[in-house]
Each structure stands twice: as C-alpha cells, then as structure tokens.
Design a protein around this ligand. Sequence first.
Ligand code: FES
Ligand code: FES
Length: 162
Amino acid sequence: MKVDFILNGEDVSCQADAGERLSRILRDTFSLLGVKEDCRSGHCGLCLVTLNGLAVPACLVPAFRVRGAEVVTIEGFKQTEDYEYIRKGFEKAEAEPCEFCRGAVFLSTAALLEERPRPETPEILENLSAVFCRCHDPESLVRGVKSAAELRARRMNFRANR
Ligand code: FES
Ligand code: FES
C-alpha cells in the first residue's frame, strides 16, 4: 500500500503493509534513528513521535493510520525554536536526558507544554510515566520540565511585549 504523509514538515511517500508499524517505517525507510525501539508494545515510550500534534508511541501506529497524517520525530523537532527552550531548560536543571530517551522526553514535554504551559508536578509525572528513563530519577526530569516551562513562558512574554 502507498502511504503518503507529512514527515517533519515535508511531503513523503512510501510503500508499506497496512499493519506495518510507524516506528519501523521511520527507522527502516526514512533512517530516522532518533525513534528508538525497545518493547515494541507501547510500554517503554521510547519510540514516541507526534501524530497530528499528539504524542504517541510509533510502535502502536499501523501504516494505514499514517496516511495523510502529520508526523514529527525528534529529528524534525530539533529544527524548531521549541526544541531549544526545552533543551536549555533541561540543561539548566542539570537533567539532560541521554540519547536513549531524549527524543521521547523532549517530544512528550513539548506536547504537554503546548496544552498546559505551567503544569503541576503530578501532571508532569503522569506525562513522564509514558517514557521509560533508566538514568534519571523522575524528580530530576520534573525539574527539567519546569525549567523548560519557565523559559517558554519568558519567550512568550517577550514576544507579546514586542
Ligand atoms: S518501542 Fe514503542 S513503546 Fe516501546
Ligand atoms: S536519561 Fe538515559 S534513559 Fe533517560
């Protein structure tokens, strides 16, 4: 089956079986290796991407659901201004995620802050629970998200006052 979709802002097309998983397509067809795979069953969250703006585990998304959708991986997100404040926020909080979970943590943080610019700790913890992180304790990551939220809010204020 032909699958046309928007990937990191560009129109792309590929051939895939209807049930083939988006994580496989992204890694094998488009060489987007920032999409990590571990459990392949929706539990570790390491394959997280955004699909039409929602953070989802790509290993649970079959190819037929990708047709016409907009997909963003960490490679695409890195090109955005939003990536920078999230990266700096985590850096400032000394909670930078390693390569293993960085894409998933940053994309899920971006999706959360889009919806809840000033999230409370329980919301952040719930959001982070979708991603398995083996290096940081949850409190460090919460500090990172709060710090990113702070930088984002400052940037918004700066823009509003220009
Ligand atoms: S590989 Fe997709 S959630 Fe674990
Ligand atoms: S920082 Fe290494 S797995 Fe999260």
